[in-house]
Structure formats: structure tokens, C-alpha cells
Design a protein around this ligand. Structure first.
Ligand code: PLP
Length: 363
């Protein structure tokens, strides 16, 4: 007998999250200089963080002996979104608020519905809470909302939706998402994960947060990890009806977002120049990579995020050959896509390096 056997079976059944390979790890393994490695594996912003956020972090170092006060960031987000401060829940990354939603609404004897090929954190959060996963087959790699609606059981309390989805990049038209939220039973929470919201073309955007007034069972989550370039600081948030936000805040660790992250996020939120630059770079880089994939005769899944997933004959083999050349992308066999790889849109020269290495890997 091992003491590990004493953990509930639903905890022991969890498959660990597999992160993108760190640059430093590949450098050690391949004996390559760190500077020579191109990492396009974790949907990070290739421009780094906003210069304003950087200054804010430096200034916040004085004061690090104090516990954080999340008032200012909460107020800034609430103001930006036109909601009450009582509707905002800050997280140590948006992962944290996804987990809070699971802990509040899921438990053994309950279930959560999500799509095949959807973000890996949904089964993790669901299982951590002891609830059952109901994975619904994807349609063209994306969410099949009709099938997801039909999969809702009497014990279902959460539906997870990523829009756009990671790792496939699929985007559901906002009207379809709204109709889905309107149609789900009122005792089922819909968590709408919008980690890539800021990368959407203007025509694809919608004020999803405003829907919460009409649908108190809707939780919208966003993050500072992607376009805002603060993945390493860990800050994200949920917007919810006040009574839902209140519950999430009760299970939240009181000081889950640190001083540096709070300061950086406040500054980043207002750096419109950096956001516009990041958006533009992503659009151009996406065109560059998509053109390159087509040139190599590879199929890709049209993406609305800052990454694109493409098909190869043998995902593991191509990934290995890319790593040997110092290029890190994301194998997504764990998402049920063993012959696809996901590449994050990088700087123009990084995208070019990736395409060259890929051409080499396919030879
Ligand atoms: C990256 C990502 C997140 C954000 O994770 P953080 O914890 O905020 O860094 C959330 N959802 C999806 C679908 C993502 O791809």
C-alpha cells in the first residue's frame, strides 16, 4: 500500500498538465546556446511585456514587504468593462479562476460538459473537484454547441467553452454562443473562456460581459497572459453576476495575485499602443506562417488566436526534428491530436526560422 492510494480515486485519475518545453531545458538537452532557441510553444507574446508594465513592475518592487491590495486593478477592469467591482474576481492567471468556478459549482456526483480538443484545464479543474467529465465529440475540430447542449445531464452544473479555442484556434460566432447560453438550463453555469479575446478581429468581437445581466449563470474569463504579455506574472480574471463572484471570492486565496502582477496589469490595461502593435504583429505573423504551411503542402485549422495548429504525417517525429534544430512548438497528442502540432505566432524572424526548420524536418 502507498499513502498515495489514500487520495480519492478522482484525484489519482488526473493526467498531469504538460506545459510547453522551457527554453532552458532544451538548451541543456541539446547543448545549444539559450539565445539560439526559438520557443513558439505557449502562446506567449513575442514582443514581451508592455514597456509601461515593465516600469510599473520596477516601481512596485519597493513595497514588496506588504500584502497585496487588489482594489485598483479590480476597479480598473470593472471600469473598462462597465460592470460593478463586485462582479470581478481576480486570479493567479485565468487558470486560477477556472479552478475557482469548478470548486464552487462542481463536486462528486456532478458533471461538467466540454468539447473534445478543448483546453486541457477543463478536465483538470472538473476532476479536481471530484466531478465527472462529459467530453463531446468536436465538429471540424471545434465546439459542437448543439451536441454540447444535448449532452447536458440533470447532474451537469458547468459547461466549459473556450472561444477562440486552444489548441485548435476555432472560433464560434458570438450569436451562436449567445443562443447557447440563452438555451442552457438556468441551473447550469456556462464558463466562457476568452483568453484570446484581444486577438479577435473587430468584426468578431461582442460585448459578452454585458450578457451577464441577462444570464446570471454566465461567467466570462480573460487573462493578462496572452496579448498583454504577462504570462510569467500570473494574472487573469472572471466577470460574473455579483452573487456568483461573491462565491468565487470566498474560495479564492485572499492574496492570490501578487503586488508585481497587480501593478503590471494595471499599466498593461492602459497601454493601447502596445496592444495595437501586438495585434498587428500577430495578424502579419499569422499570414506569414499560414502562407508557409501552404507552401509546404500542410493543412492547418484556421485560427482566431495567436497560434495555429497544422497537420503532419507523424507529429512526434516532426516535433523531435524541430527540437533538434532548436525550435520548440507544441505537440498536442494529449488533446487527441497526435498528428497535429501547434505553433505560436512569433516575430517575423522567428516565424521564418520555424518554417525553415519545418521544411528541413519534413525532408
Ligand atoms: C492560455 C489560456 C488561458 C490562460 O491561462 P492563464 O492562467 O491566464 O495564463 C486560459 N484559457 C485558454 C483557452 C488558454 O489558452
Amino acid at each position: 500500500m502507498s499513502i498515495a492510494d489514500q487520495a480519492p480515486a478522482y484525484i489519482r485519475a488526473i493526467s498531469p498538465y504538460v506545459p510547453g518545453k522551457p527554453i532552458t531545458e532544451l538548451a541543456r538537452e541539446m547543448n545549444l546556446p539559450v539565445e539560439s532557441i526559438v520557443k513558439l510553444a505557449s502562446n506567449e507574446n513575442p514582443l514581451g511585456m508592455s514597456p509601461k508594465a515593465q516600469v510599473a513592475v520596477e516601481n512596485a518592487v519597493a513595497g514588496i514587504e506588504r500584502y497585496p491590495d487588489n482594489f485598483e486593478l479590480t476597479r480598473a477592469i470593472a471600469e473598462r468593462l462597465g460592470v460593478a467591482m463586485e462582479q470581478i474576481v481576480l486570479g493567479n492567471g485565468s487558470n486560477d479562476v477556472l479552478d475557482l468556478a469548478a470548486r464552487v459549482f462542481l463536486a462528486p456526483g456532478r458533471s461538467a460538459v466540454f468539447s473534445q480538443h478543448a483546453f486541457a484545464v477543463y478536465p483538470l479543474a472538473t476532476m479536481s473537484a471530484g466531478a465527472e467529465c462529459v467530453a463531446v465529440p468536436a465538429k471540424h475540430y471545434g465546439h459542437d454547441l448543439a451536441a454540447m447542449g444535448a449532452a447536458i445531464r440533470p447532474d451537469t452544473r458547468v459547461v466549459w467553452i473556450a472561444n477562440p479555442n486552444n489548441p485548435t484556434g476555432n472560433f464560434l460566432p458570438q450569436a451562436e454562443v449567445r443562443a447557447f447560453v440563452a438555451a442552457v438550463p438556468k441551473d447550469v453555469v456556462v464558463v466562457l473562456d476568452e483568453a484570446y479575446n484581444e486577438y479577435l478581429a473587430p468584426a468578431d468581437r461582442a460585448d459578452t460581459v454585458a450578457w451577464i445581466r441577462e444570464f446570471p449563470n454566465l461567467i466570462v474569463t480573460r487573462t493578462f497572459s496572452k496579448i498583454y504579455g504577462l504570462a510569467g506574472l500570473r494574472v487573469g480574471y472572471a466577470v460574473a453576476a455579483p452573487e456568483v463572484a461573491d462565491l468565487l471570492n470566498r474560495v479564492r486565496q485572499p492574496f492570490n495575485v501578487n503586488n508585481l502582477a497587480l501593478a503590471a496589469a494595471i499599466a498593461a490595461l492602459d497601454d493601447h499602443v502596445f496592444i495595437a502593435e501586438s495585434y498587428e504583429l500577430n495578424r502579419n505573423g499569422m499570414a506569414q506562417i499560414v502562407a508557409g504551411l501552404k507552401r509546404l503542402g500542410l493543412e492547418h485549422i484556421p485560427s482566431h488566436g495567436n497560434f495555429v495548429t497544422f497537420a503532419v504525417a507523424d507529429g512526434a517525429a516532426v516535433n523531435r526534428k524541430l527540437l533538434q534544430q532548436g525550435v520548440i512548438v507544441r505537440p498536442i497528442g494529449g488533446y487527441g491530436l497526435p498528428n497535429h502540432l501547434r505553433v505560436t505566432i512569433g516575430l517575423e524572424r522567428e516565424n521564418a526560422r520555424f518554417l525553415e526548420a519545418l521544411e528541413q524536418a519534413l525532408r
